[in-house]
Design a protein around this ligand. Structure first.
Ligand SMILES: C[S@@+](CC[C@H](N)C(=O)[O-])C[C@H]1O[C@@H](n2cnc3c(N)ncnc32)[C@H](O)[C@@H]1O
Length: 257
């Protein structure tokens, strides 16, 4: 009998630990169906077999379904609020900050954060935990090589200071790289860090079901320090933040209550 999407989801969960049921079904199924067609497989089961037999294909599949689009200082207006209002306040109150960039993709987000923090602190005092479910994205993040398009919102002064041309691309300064610890982490399954003064969780919640979102917001709340701040993506405002004990603070920023 032909496999249904349900069968495929179950098999992927067993094989990788990734629970496709927590992602919006219509969107995810459409992407997977089109990938299977493009690769010339006749349905879920033969495609799954190919993933089991070929690690490279499996990595490509995971990389494809996770959607890694990112850029430095994505939505610059929100980064201006972070720089002018959030960071000075947190730094004044706590000095050393524990910061987590969750679902950091290929590293643009945590590296942007280091460049901002470097306006306030010496690089030796900056440490950021940056995590993502996708190992290929994390490898790219560690390599720190970017095309010109992802740098379009980086102020020229920072480009001059922290990037070097590299074979038609731009390589980020190793002193910036040294401030970030990249680790694999699944927001749906893995334990969250605690006592974070600032968490960035941007442009990933849009892919999850309502049920998964509720779980993750609860865990993000618990991961924050009292008065810690959560920075979300530009289409990810939390509808009733009080439900998760978050207090709206600035647009796209919430405080732990
Ligand atoms: C669109 S990118 C967002 C990158 C960055 N935060 C930004 O706003 O530019 C979404 C990222 O979420 C990651 N992701 C998807 N599901 C995840 C999960 N369950 N746990 C952790 N990361 C996940 C993907 O691998 C991808 O890198």
């Amino acid at each position: 009998m032909c496999w249904t999407y349900e069968d495929f989801k179950k098999a992927i969960l067993e094989l990788t630990g990734i629970d496709l049921s927590s992602y919006k079904e219509k969107q995810m199924k459409r992407r997977i169906d089109s990938l299977i067609r493009r690769n010339g497989y006749e349905g879920y089961q033969p495609y799954y077999r190919a993933l089991v037999e070929d690690k490279k294909k499996l990595d490509q599949f995971l990389n494809y379904i996770t959607i890694n689009v990112s850029e430095f200082f994505r939505n610059p207006g929100q980064w201006a609020i972070l720089e002018k209002e959030i960071l000075p306040d947190l730094l004044e109150r706590y000095g050393n900050l524990k910061i987590w960039s969750a679902a950091c993709s290929t590293g643009e987000e945590p590296y942007s954060l280091v460049m901002l923090l470097a306006k306030f602190l010496p690089l030796e005092r900056i440490r950021i935990l940056a995590t993502d479910i996708d190992r290929e994205a994390l490898d790219k993040a560690r390599a720190g090589i970017y095309d010109a398009r992802s740098l379009q919102s980086v102020p020229q002064e920072l480009v001059n200071r922290y990037f070097k041309p590299f074979n038609g691309f731009f390589a980020i300064d190793s002193r910036i790289k040294a401030c970030v610890d990249f680790k694999r982490h699944d927001l749906l399954n893995d334990p969250f860090p605690d006592n974070c003064h600032l968490i960035l969780c941007r442009n990933v919640m849009i892919y999850f079901t309502e049920e998964a979102k509720v779980k993750i917001y609860g865990k993000l709340h618990d991961a924050l320090h009292q008065d810690g701040v959560l920075f979300v993506g530009s289409t990810e405002q939390i509808i009733i933040p009080q439900k998760y004990k978050f207090q709206p603070f600035k647009p796209f920023f919430y405080k732990r209550m």
